[in-house]
Ligand binder design. Structure first.
Ligand SMILES: NC(=O)c1ccc[n+]([C@@H]2O[C@H](COP(=O)([O-])OP(=O)(O)OC[C@H]3O[C@@H](n4cnc5c(N)ncnc54)[C@H](O)[C@@H]3O)[C@@H](O)[C@H]2O)c1
Ligand SMILES: O=C(O)C[C@H](O)C(=O)O
Ligand SMILES: [Mn+2]
Length: 573
């Protein structure tokens, strides 16, 4: 549901004419150019005589969309529409949000990214490639075209969703995340830029593929890599000091490290670490609200399978919430967690095998783990967790045995297989429901259909616990506030607001997170909470009186609607 259409209609002057205006996705209106505009811009003869309005264009585009048989063909169709006409693309998406979300975003986007070099038709965004490090500033400025950007989404494509290293195809995730910012948080697409840092790839299939379009060498690592990233961040800070820099799908050895390196220097945000942590905290907190015993987060025993960027981000976010709520020390709060990765439980015995950045508080020190079976199934048997979260990319890892074991010890096991796309998900909701005899409280990272409840005509709605429910609002609030940094408190403020918006807060039979169809209104509320917090904390560079903020924020939303144009050789392009 798009939230607003209040932006004032005003004539804009444009200096593009003829083929140029028709080929600019920002300016192109296609068949919706008025007779007057067709004359002024020299395009009367380039268009059929009929004039459409946006609704008619959406109707035609929707018919064409529906005629594509598969999700990937639908994705290609929408991708092509985006490269032709932004207003029509976003108008269509906002009319069919629930239906099209999974096509332009998770899970279909994963397929489009993995096939990037084969599906390629037209490029978008900015490719900064290792061999052109010395020309990086020139390439950056060429892509920015003198605009003041509000948002840059950047990926080095080392850990795309759960499908790993995708090299230059990573532009697809930066672009998809930017689309969601526009759709769900009203960011003007002209003030956003998708970037991929093409530092090579270690994906053997891509290294062998004759049609691969990226830098076809092994990834640069170490100092060379750090210098490359640092140069890029330096350019953002120099030329776009007020722009939010969103990091997406960096490899596990870089995600948290880069976040910590830059978070007190510029407004940066790591979606996999911070966005996932925030949305999962809300989901985990609300789950107990729907069971009789109503245990607090501090009373849960939490197993997280996959101690990477997302898994550790979730652990830290939940630990901090327990710390704040219950006045526990970080060490005490961390005792509620058992982190399991490739080598089993993170335990003292693993020594150097545990990544440096993982706080020792999350490493189990009990002597009786020494020499013991510490695989997931054994951990579940011994720990008797009440919460099980999957961020491992390990398809099917939550087996029937594991789920049945878990269900023996808790009335309502909370089970969140969050790995994306569906081919990487730790378990399917219908199986979790069956193996737990309908008791599991389930959330997934990718969308799944509701589960039929046996012997009843009711369905269990599987809430989608994906960072897209919150990152657009977190980013928008930060951009509105012009905050120099995105602070932890701003993230918590946004997450708390999200919690209040879950349908289950009004009716316990409803979903525990809002539906993606409501992403725009939900993220708008999240952005206001973030803005309020930034102002209260003194990190904001804007100071709008509290009572005016909602209206002020509404007025700045970009909405997909045509504006009137006048030709002016000195106008915008
Ligand atoms: N739902 C969401 O909003 C959301 C957000 C972020 C990430 N994710 C998903 O979570 C998954 C992980 O993403 P990430 O960014 O943390 O990746 P990552 O590479 O940083 O971390 C993955 C971790 O899982 C571990 N792992 C891999 N295979 C394993 C196995 N067989 N057994 C145990 N551990 C294993 C790795 O060692 C690593 O520590 C992806 O599928 C991603 O799509 C979902
Ligand atoms: O991209 C998504 O759907 C969520 C998340 O950022 C992921 O990496 O899986
Ligand atoms: Mn991600």
């Amino acid at each position: 549901m798009p939230i607003l259409t209040t932006m004032a209609k005003q004539a804009v002057s444009c200096r593009l004419r003829g083929a140029e205006i028709l080929q600019s996705p920002r300016w192109n209106k296609g068949t919706a150019f008025t007779a007057e505009e067709r004359s002024q811009f020299g395009i009367r003869g380039r268009l059929p005589i009929g004039i459409d309005n946006l609704d008619q264009q959406c109707e035609r585009a929707y018919d064409q969309y529906k005629s594509r048989d598969t999700d990937i063909l639908k994705n290609s169709f929408l991708q092509s529409l985006k490269s032709q006409n932004w207003t029509l693309f976003y108008a269509l998406l906002s009319r069919h949000t629930s239906e099209m979300y999974p096509i332009i975003y998770t899970p279909t986007e994963a397929e489009a990214i993995s096939e990037y070099s084969h599906l390629f038709r037209r490029s978008e965004g900015l490719f900064l490639s290792a061999p052109y490090e010395d020309q990086m500033e020139e390439d950056f400025l060429d892509a920015v075209e003198g605009r003041e950007l509000e948002l840059i989404v950047v990926s080095d494509a080392e850990a795309i969703l759960g499908i790993g290293d995708q090299g230059s195809g990573g532009i697809g995730i930066s672009a998809a995340k930017a689309v969601i910012y526009t759709l769900a948080a009203g960011i003007d697409p002209a003030s956003a830029l998708a970037v991929t840092l093409d530092v090579g790839t270690n994906n053997d299939d891509l290294l062998k593929d004759e049609l691969y379009l990226g830098y076809q060498e092994k990834r640069i690592r170490g100092e060379k890599y750090d210098r490359f990233v640092d140069k890029f961040v330096g350019l953002v800070r120099k030329h776009q000091p007020n722009c939010l820099l969103h990091f997406e799908d960096f490899g596990v050895s870089n995600a948290n490290r880069l976040l910590n390196k830059y978070r007190d220097k510029h407004s940066v945000f790591n979606d996999d670490v911070q966005g996932t942590g925030a949305v999962t905290l809300r989901r985990a907190r609300q789950a107990p609200a729907s069971i009789e015993a109503d245990p607090q987060l501090k009373d849960q025993r939490i197993v997280i399978f996959g101690a990477g960027s997302a898994g550790m981000g979730i652990a830290r976010q939940l630990r901090d919430a327990i710390k704040i709520d219950d006045g526990l020390s970080a060490e005490e709060a961390a005792k509620r967690f058992w982190m399991v990765d490739r080598d089993g439980l993170l335990r003292k015995e693993l020594g150097d095998k545990i990544r440096d950045e993982i706080e020792t508080d999350f490493v189990r020190k009990e002597k009786d783990w020494e020499g013991a079976d510490a695989g997931l199934a054994a951990v579940i048997k011994r720990v008797k967790p009440t919460v099980l979260i999957g961020t491992s990319t390990s398809h099917g890892a939550f087996s029937e045995e594991i789920v049945r074991d878990m269900s023996k010890n808790t009335d309502r096991p909370i089970i969140f297989p969050l790995s994306n796309p569906i081919s990487k998900c730790e378990a399917e909701p219908k199986d979790l429901f069956k193996w737990s005899d309908g008791k599991a409280l389930i959330s997934t990272g990718s969308p799944f259909p509701p589960v039929k409840i046996p012997g009843s005509d009711k369905e269990y709605i599987v809430a989608e616990c994906n960072n897209a429910l919150i990152y657009p609002g977190l980013g928008r609030g930060t951009i509105l506030s012009k905050a120099k940094f995105m602070t932890d408190k701003m993230i918590v403020a946004g997450a708390n607001r999200l919690a209040e918006l879950a349908p289950a807060m009004k009716d316990h039979t409803q979903a525990l997170l809002p539906d993606f169809g409501d992403a725009a209104s939900v993220n708008f509320e999240v952005s206001l909470a973030v803005l309020d917090q930034a102002i209260e904390e003194g990190v904001a560079k804007c100071d709008v009186p509290k009572e005016d903020r909602r209206k002020w924020a509404e007025e700045q939303l970009w909405v997909p609607r045509y504006q009137d144009y006048t030709y002016d050789p000195k106008g915008e392009a």
